[in-house]
Write a protein that binds this ligand. Structure first.
Ligand code: PLP
Length: 346
C-alpha cells in the first residue's frame, strides 16, 4: 500500500525538520533544578503568548489539567464542567481518583454551558453541600467536533465567576485553533480564565508536551503538584526546543491550512449521497460525518476506507470523525474523498 492518509487525530503529527534540528542543537540541563535553558525559554515564551505571568512545561495535557485542578481546589470540592468535557470524559477520572473532586456536569452544545446554568449550579454555603471551587471550560471543544466557544459567552461566564469569586480553568489543548477561527490572539481568549493549558503535541506538531499558565502564585503551587505527579523531568531541552519552534514563526498561523482542509473535506463529504455534515460545527480542524441516512455502520465504513489507505475514527454507531493536520494536504483529502465515495456505494 502507498501512503496512509491519517485523518484520525492531530496528535499523529511528527516533528518537523526544524524541530529535529533545534532539538539536536539544544543546550541541556537538569530542569527539576531550573537548569534547563530551553525549558525556561519555552515557559517564558508560552507565558508571554498567553498573557500570563508564568507557565510550566508538562509531559501531557492530562497532567496539565490535573495539576490545575489540584492547585485550584481542595479535596471534596466540586468542579463545574460541560458534560462532554475532556477533563470529565477522557482523563481516566483523575479529578476524582487523584484530586478527590466531585463534579457537576452541565450540557452546552456550543462548547460551554449556559452562564445562567453555571450560576444555578454554584452551591450556596450550607453544611450539607460540597463547596463549588472551580469552573472548567474547554476551547475548542473536542467532543462537539472542535467547535469554538464564542467570546461573548466567555465574557458572561467570567462575570458569573467574578460574582461568586470562582476561578476558571481553560482546557485549551486546541486554544490556537480557536484563536485562528475567531481571528484574535490566544491571550484574548485566555484573559477570561485564571489558568490555561495548551498542547504542543496536537496540531502544532511538537512530539511531546503541554504548558499550564497562570499567575506567579498559582504556578508556584502548581510546580509542586507537577513534581508530585511525576512531571518533574530532567534534560527536557530536547522536547522544549521542539516546543519553542511549535510556538514560533508561522507555525501557529499555519493551523489555518488545517481549517481550510477541513472545510474542503466537509464540502466534499456533504456532496456525497447519504452523508450528513453539520457545517456549523466545522469551524476548526474536525469534521463529523453522519452515515445514518445511508444506514452504513461506522465500523464497516472504516474497514472499507482503511483497505484503501484512509484512516478516520468511529465516534458513534453511524458517526465518523475526521481530523486534519499538517500530515495531510489538499491532494490527500481529494484522494480520501474518492475512497469514501467508493466506500458508500453499496
Ligand atoms: C488531547 C486533549 C487533552 C489531553 O492532552 P494529552 O496530552 O493527550 O494528555 C486534554 N483536553 C483536550 C480537549 C484534548 O484534546
Amino acid at each position: 500500500m502507498e501512503k496512509l492518509i491519517d485523518l484520525r487525530r492531530d496528535t499523529i503529527t511528527l516533528p518537523t525538520l526544524e524541530m529535529r534540528e533545534a532539538a539536536f542543537r539544544s543546550p541541556l540541563g537538569d530542569a527539576v533544578y531550573g537548569e534547563d535553558p530551553k525549558q525556561k525559554e519555552l515557559e517564558e515564551l508560552a507565558a508571554f503568548i498567553l498573557g500570563k505571568e508564568r507557565a510550566l512545561f508538562l509531559p501531557s495535557g492530562t497532567m496539565g489539567n490535573l495539576v490545575a485542578l489540584l492547585t485550584h481546589t481542595q479535596r471534596g470540592n466540586e468542579v463545574i464542567l460541560e458534560e462532554n468535557a475532556h477533563i470529565f470524559a477522557s482523563e481516566t477520572g483523575g479529578l476524582a481518583q487523584v484530586a478527590g473532586l466531585m463534579v457537576k456536569t452541565l450540557r452546552g452544545e456550543d462548547g460551554a454551558p449556559e452562564p445562567e446554568d453555571i450560576e444555578k449550579a454554584i452551591r450556596p454555603e450550607n453544611i450539607h453541600y460540597p463547596r463549588t471551587a472551580l469552573i472548567g471550560l474547554e476551547n475548542t471543544h473536542y467532543r462537539y467536533g472542535g467547535i469554538v466557544v464564542p467570546l461573548a459567552k466567555l465574557q458572561k461566564i467570567r462575570e458569573v465567576a467574578n460574582k461568586h469569586n470562582l476561578p476558571i480553568h481553560l482546557d485549551g489543548a486546541r486554544l490556537f485553533n480557536a484563536a485562528i477561527y475567531l481571528g484574535v490572539e490566544a491571550q484574548e481568549i485566555a484573559r477570561y480564565c485564571d489558568s490555561v493549558m495548551i498542547s504542543l503535541s496536537k496540531g502544532l506538531g511538537a512530539p511531546v508536551g503541554s504548558l499550564l499558565a497562570g499567575t506567579g502564585d498559582f504556578i508556584k503551587e502548581a510546580e509542586r503538584y507537577r513534581k508530585m505527579l511525576g512531571g518533574g523531568m530532567r534534560q527536557t531541552g530536547w522536547l522544549c526546543a521542539c516546543g519553542i519552534v511549535a510556538l514560533s514563526g508561522d507555525n501557529i498561523a499555519r493551523l489555518q491550512e488545517d481549517h481550510d482542509n477541513a472545510q474542503f473535506l466537509a464540502e466534499g463529504l456533504q456532496s456525497l449521497p447519504g452523508i450528513k455534515v453539520n457545517r456549523h460545527q466545522v469551524q476548526t480542524n474536525f469534521v463529523l460525518a453522519d452515515l445514518s441516512e445511508r444506514g452504513l455502520n461506522a465500523t464497516v465504513f472504516l474497514e472499507r476506507i482503511k483497505e484503501k489507505g484512509v484512516l478516520a475514527t468511529k465516534v458513534g454507531e453511524f458517526m465518523i470523525r475526521f481530523v486534519t493536520s499538517r500530515e495531510v494536504n489538499r491532494e490527500d483529502i481529494a484522494f480520501a474523498l474518492q475512497v469514501i465515495k467508493e466506500a458508500i456505494k453499496n
